[in-house]
Design a protein around this ligand. Structure first.
Ligand SMILES: Nc1ncnc2c1ncn2[C@@H]1O[C@H](COP(=O)(O)OP(=O)(O)OP(=O)(O)O)[C@@H](O)[C@H]1O
Ligand SMILES: [Mg+2]
Length: 148
């Protein structure tokens, strides 16, 4: 697993919730990528948003399924993908939107998937939840995960 471009970036939000959002995406990347594949985590501070990307070279998602994967209980191929409830991405999307942001996916079968989370940066009127504390994305604690 490689971690790139993790310049610490401030977003307004609940650190535990944002950590959970990242872990949902990492859990999927590990689950749907066979040994020998590659998982990349990146963080960029673009303009008024922090952009977190979790990319893998795993099994990918057929285009007809892409519009549905953020729905609760939706799973592309339960027989092939082992256990799981189909809730991870629904929670991830909810968490991103609760922070005034969003989540998108690009994927191709057999090539891999990239999940992109955009979160509004910093303090101020743009924040959907002004009472939330400030969270630092990209601090090593809770973010870097090594896979043997
Ligand atoms: N990185 C990925 N590569 C390929 N397919 C993925 C990836 N992430 C999600 N999917 C597909 O989207 C479906 C929904 O993902 P989601 O995380 O919501 O559920 P799950 O992983 O099946 O179960 P849970 O996360 O609740 O344990 C998965 O079942 C899988 O088919
Ligand atoms: Mg999952």
């Amino acid at each position: 697993m490689s971690i790139e471009g993790l310049a610490p970036t401030q977003v307004r939000g609940d650190p535990d919730a944002l950590r959970q959002l990242l872990l949902i995406l990492l859990d999927n990347a590990l689950k749907y990528t066979a040994a020998g594949g590659r998982i990349t985590v990146g963080l960029e501070a673009g303009g008024d948003a922090a952009v977190l990307k979790v990319a893998d070279t795993g099994i990918g998602i057929p285009p007809e399924h892409l519009p549905h994967i953020f729905e609760r209980f939706y799973r592309v191929d339960p027989a092939r993908s082992g256990g799981g409830s189909g809730l991870g991405l629904a929670i991830a999307r909810w968490l991103a939107e609760a922070h005034g942001g969003g989540i998108q996916v690009e994927s191709a079968p057999g090539r891999g998937s990239t999940f992109t989370v955009r979160l509004p940066r910093g303090a101020g009127e743009r924040s959907a939840e002004p009472e939330l504390p400030s969270a630092t994305l990209g601090a090593r604690r809770g973010v870097a995960i090594d896979r043997p």
